[in-house]
Design a protein around this ligand. Structure first.
Ligand code: MG
Length: 261
């Protein structure tokens, strides 16, 4: 299964659980990036989160010893902006973080009656009243898009609710489809491949979450790889038809070996 590594010329990394764990450093970050740079293997980062600007992820990577351009970091906020641009959106309503609101309202008109697009993200301060208000804004022509389908973010010994919980509530009150922009849907992956002019069969996705990273890669015909430094695999996954790496150092060593260094 690992022979495919010799053809890989592009790697999409998930962030949390791969390059850091919450605020904790993970070993091998600098080594893998130096190696990829030296071998001219391109890479980028893709997170389902819509709460923070790409500059925050750049800072988190820098804290872990890796200096990467923000052009290589894809958040669902960035992808939603791209989706609205591609679809010639005009007016929108955003239920989500201040960052998501600021980014989108700086480009599109805020509309509170029959908006063309309702955009759902996550923010811990969202109230049931905010969700009710949003449901009441859905008009005949409104399309609904959501940052991601994740219901929980696992944290150390606890969890926080994510966007998927809000999607489920809203889905109960409308028969409209909620278009998911993040993983495991293909939109983000396809957009990234186009942007870097890369082919899916020569691309690998490395993540720690089966339901988003691995399934998203499979849906997009990208080679999936699970890394052991973050979330556990769900119990129902018996057929391990994806690559597995112990760590970023293990990834570097396997790449070196198959590429013949
Ligand atoms: Mg992760």
């Amino acid at each position: 299964m690992y022979e495919i590594l010799k053809d890989i010329d592009f790697i999409i990394f998930d962030l949390d659980g791969v390059f850091y764990r919450e605020d904790e450093k993970i070993e091998g970050t600098r080594e893998i990036i130096n190696f990829l740079d030296s071998q001219k293997i391109e890479y980028c980062f893709f997170t389902n989160n819509s709460n923070y600007k790409t500059s925050r992820y750049k800072d988190k990577l820098l804290y872990g010893g890796v200096d990467v351009s923000e052009n290589r970091i894809f958040t669902t906020t960035k992808l939603i902006e791209h989706y609205l641009f591609e679809n010639f959106a005009d007016n929108i309503y955003v239920l989500g973080s201040m960052q998501l609101q600021e980014s989108l309202y700086s480009k599109y008109k805020k509309c509170e009656t029959n908006p063309e697009y309702i955009i759902i993200g996550m923010e811990n301060s969202i109230t049931l009243k905010d969700i009710s208000n949003t449901i009441n804004l859905i008009g005949e022509n409104t399309k609904i898009i959501a940052a991601n389908p994740d219901k929980l973010i696992p944290l150390k010994g606890r969890f926080e609710l994510e966007c998927g919980v809000i999607n489920s509530i809203i889905a109960q009150f409308t028969n409209k489809e909620i278009k998911i922009i993040g993983k495991p849907n293909t939109y983000g992956y396809e957009t990234i491949l186009k942007k870097f002019n890369k082919q899916s069969h020569k691309t690998m996705m490395i993540g720690d979450t089966y339901e988003t990273d691995i399934l998203g890669a499979k849906n997009s015909k990208i080679n999936p790889a699970w890394i052991k430094t973050g979330n556990e695999l769900p119990n129902y996954v018996v057929k391990k038809d994806f690559m597995i790496f112990d760590s970023l150092i293990d990834l570097k060593e396997k790449l070196e070996k198959t590429k013949g260094f």
